[in-house]
Design a protein around this ligand. Structure first.
Ligand code: ADP
Ligand code: ZN
Length: 518
């Protein structure tokens, strides 16, 4: 580590040591390299460009979308003796002239600027004559066309980067998914090798994912462990939040509902009670999240499948901000997968967007169906690495595996022979040779796969089908009714018949719990 960088850390910021990958990044950029920095909010990204900008000769250019945030940072830096300024449209003509003079004279270490301002021809021409130490693009995910924060002006920053091609450039963001990351790297011509990804682990949070068997019984069992503590229960629909909150109230919990359909006053009142209460269970849709600042949230449960791995990470991440052990539970079943697939198929979004949504759903199913450590899968999604954690359900009780090749072949042929249009329940019934009218009506009691699966029970077949969906051997819902069909990889599987290990489903927890208590 360069002595100067460490000195600046102490004198300007008053910190003794760099945190996580900060030292590596700072050194990398001081040496003149590009960098992509992916760290969660609060991870400490600002130092990563501020210190190199101070150390390197020339002025560091910081592109940021939030003028208000810029003002705060500029004030803080100035108080610490750093020559920082913000260039924005609110400046009076006098201030603006003075600032331009400083910029030309090389009297600044850092210049904050909004993308729209930076793209103005007069500003670009001004910068042509100035020595730049680096260009840092904060909130870089704003350039992603498919992201929620897309800003067209961010899209044009590739032009700025090309104009100052010899200047090290940095892209910083807390938004983690793989497509967004790839888009940022390629758009700003930053190498994969210059990517720094870290700090996503929340070691005090325990992860557990179960099949949705009997959601109320499972939730009740989970909440029992947290009498007297506050937590959040996420549901997919407004109706379900209200029903679940009412049911929990009946059980004696101080449960509140929160969703976007409630009027603002009621929402705010519930949020306040959660914020200041000791044992409040907030039953909410994803509308609940922004601005929650409660350190002692002890648990987060998802009784429906969350929207994506990022949503899951963010929502579970509201637990345990105080660093104390906290618990999470996610329930998911085939219906969740079918419903989610249908949302994607039926949406008006362009194909590329749909493909990405599909990819995200697959990744989430992969997490739910993994036999390995949940945390490893979760962190690897963000490009962060870890050892098996010992603090998740699969670490605590590694799932047993079995040779599932034959079962997979049977399931795939059964889907094929029934015409690739029936849902999970029907396919399982045919595999088990169930005698019912619907099967007889379609003549599926006369096909070769009828009753060829009696070696497994219904629960195991459901688990097998879910895993084949997660492995992308089976597609859900091309017709819009939850029908299963054989994916391209499934056809390959039937042709090549490779080995395949699958996990044995865990025993039904709610039922097991009941037995244990009685
Ligand atoms: P981000 O931009 O990633 O959300 P910030 O750069 O705002 O995060 O940093 C978050 C907080 O952590 C700030 O209060 C910052 O001062 C503090 N911080 C950053 N780096 C360090 C460090 N090395 N040691 C102690 N505190 C730090
Ligand atoms: Zn683990």
């Amino acid at each position: 580590m360069t002595a100067t960088a460490l000195e600046i850390l102490k004198t300007v910021y008053g910190y003794d040591a760099f945190r996580g990958p900060q030292a590596l990044i700072v050194e990398h950029v001081i040496a003149g390299n590009n960098a992509f920095v992916l760290m969660p909010t609060g991870g400490g990204k600002s130092l990563c460009y501020q210190i190199p900008a101070i150390v390197r000769p020339g002025m560091g250019l910081v592109v940021s979308p939030l003028l208000a945030l810029m003002a705060d940072q500029v004030t803080a830096l100035r108080q610490a003796g750093v020559r920082a300024a913000g260039l924005n449209s609110d400046l009076s003509p006098d201030d603006r002239r003075a600032l331009w003079r400083d910029i030309r004279a090389g009297a600044l270490d850092l210049l904050y600027v909004a993308p729209e301002t930076l793209l103005r021809p007069d500003v670009l021409e001004l910068l042509d004559d100035v020595k730049l130490s680096l260009i840092a693009i904060d909130e870089a995910h704003c350039l992603s066309q498919w992201g929620h924060d897309f800003r067209p002006s961010y899209r044009q920053l590739d032009m700025v980067v090309a104009r100052f091609a010899g200047t090290p450039r940095m892209a910083l963001t807390a938004t983690a998914d793989e497509p967004t990351r790839a888009e940022i790297l390629s758009h700003l011509a930053i190498d994969e090798a210059d990517a720094f990804i870290a700090g996503f682990d929340r070691p005090n949070i325990r992860y557990a994912i179960e099949e949705k068997d009997n959601p109320r019984a499972q939730l009740k069992e989970f909440l029992k462990r947290y009498e007297g503590a506050s937590g959040i229960v996420y549901c997919l629909s407004k109706r379900r939040t209200e029903e679940t909150a009412a049911w929990l109230q009946g059980l004696g919990y101080d449960a509140l509902a929160y969703h976007a359909g409630m009027d603002k006053a009621a929402r705010e009142a519930n949020q306040m009670r959660f914020q200041h209460g000791d044992a409040v269970v907030m039953v909410a849709t994803v509308a609940f999240g922004m601005g929650i600042d409660k350190p002692d949230v002890r648990f987060v449960a998802h009784i429906d499948l969350p929207g994506s791995i990022e949503a899951y990470y963010q929502e579970t991440g509201r637990a345990g901000r105080d660093g104390l052990p906290s618990d999470t539970l996610m329930l998911y079943g085939y219906e969740d997968i079918a419903l989610r697939s249908r949302f994607i198929e039926e949406s008006e979004a362009p194909d590329q967007r749909k493909r990405m949504e599909r990819h995200k759903l697959d990744a989430l199913l992969g997490l739910a169906e993994t036999a390995g450590c949940r945390r490893q899968v979760l962190l690897s999604y963000f490009g962060d690495h870890s050892e098996p954690c010992g603090n998740c359900d699969t670490c605590a009780e590694p799932p047993r595996l079995f040779d599932g090749a034959i079962a997979a072949q049977k399931a795939l042929s059964c889907i094929y022979r029934t015409g690739e249009r029936f849902g999970q329940a029907y396919v399982v019934d045919v595999l088990l040779g169930v005698d019912n009218e619907r099967i007889a009506q379609f003549g599926h009691d006369r096909i070769s796969t009828y009753g060829i699966g009696t070696e497994h029970d219904n629960r195991t077949w459901r688990a097998i089908l879910r895993q084949l969906i997660a492995l992308r051997l089976i597609d859900v819902d091309l017709a819009g009714h939850g029908g299963l069909s054989i994916a391209p990889a499934g056809r390959e599987f039937l042709r090549d018949k490779p080995e395949l290990m699958l996990r044995v489903p865990a025993p039904a927890r709610a039922r097991r719990g009941k037995v244990a208590r009685s």
